[in-house]
Design a protein around this ligand. Sequence first.
Ligand SMILES: [Zn+2]
Length: 347
Amino acid sequence: MTTDQKHYKTIDMPFYNGSIGPRLPESILDFHAHVWHPSHFTIDPWETNKKGSKYMVTSTTYDFDSLLKDATRIFPGKTYKAVCFGNPTPAADPVITNDYIGKGAASRPAMFPLMIAGKGLFSGEELEKTIIEGKFLGYKVFLNWYGDDYGDVTIEDMLSPVEMKIADRYHLIVLLHVPRSDRLTNPVVQRGIQKLSEDYPNAQLILAHCGRCYLPDQMKSAAPSIKNLSNVSLDSSMVMDPTVLEILLDNIDSKRLLFATDFPVPAMRGRRVYVMDHWVDLVLEGYSESAYRVQSDNMRASFMAYEIVLALLRAAERIKLKEKEIQALFHDNGMEIIGKVAVPAPV
Ligand SMILES: [Zn+2]
């Protein structure tokens, strides 16, 4: 038995069987999972010294089989469904990426594909054709910067009326990683989201990583800005702090909160914590070096995906959600959004 297998058997599975598995519904929907292949990359994003290249380092191959293998291993006994998409950065070719995602999702059950799209990437005609023919449910918005070099990027720099009119027409999912170091706490970002929500009421906006608010103070200042925007939901990928989610649930209906992982990232063993005013990934040893990643073997740890589940459960318990509402965080809330997408069948 390898060290990894031993860890799985003696630490991960007892923890899963005791604290995670029994509290999750039979089917879980992960609203944020990546899939990629080395052939998608135009530059090796992790071998260059380009600014930001060490921002989030994971493996260069993470295809559908890798995702499903991780999901089966981490959530054994559950039916795993995922909203999936490729690498949304300038390091990958969006056309090749989208083609791979569309085809891969079509041949597998319960994989719901989003195409990489964003301002200036595709014409309206190209977008519409790709959405309809590729059976995409919407967009994962392209990150038009390197790493964390997003200082003055606005929502308007990322999404134009070209993408949004089509999203509004077909009730598409628009999964957006908000820019800027101060995230959804930034008033310019907040206004950008409010404007999209008002101008395109049928588009289904999803803020990745809860608007990137990993810290309670961030969520405290961000949540009021989206309180009344009923077409804006939040995915919980990489959010592991229950207080963040508790503050969010004090502001919005729990139907707008969606369980999500951000695989492959939370297949690492550890937990995202915060120190002073920034998050830090505390992980076991043996992973690649990356920004804001601290490695140590001087702790017990299991998959970060479990910490996301626990944060949701702890927050839900604190605000006294009903059992049915808690279970819905992990499946039904997201499926309802997917069910509203109205893309016509290809001719
Ligand atoms: Zn992601």
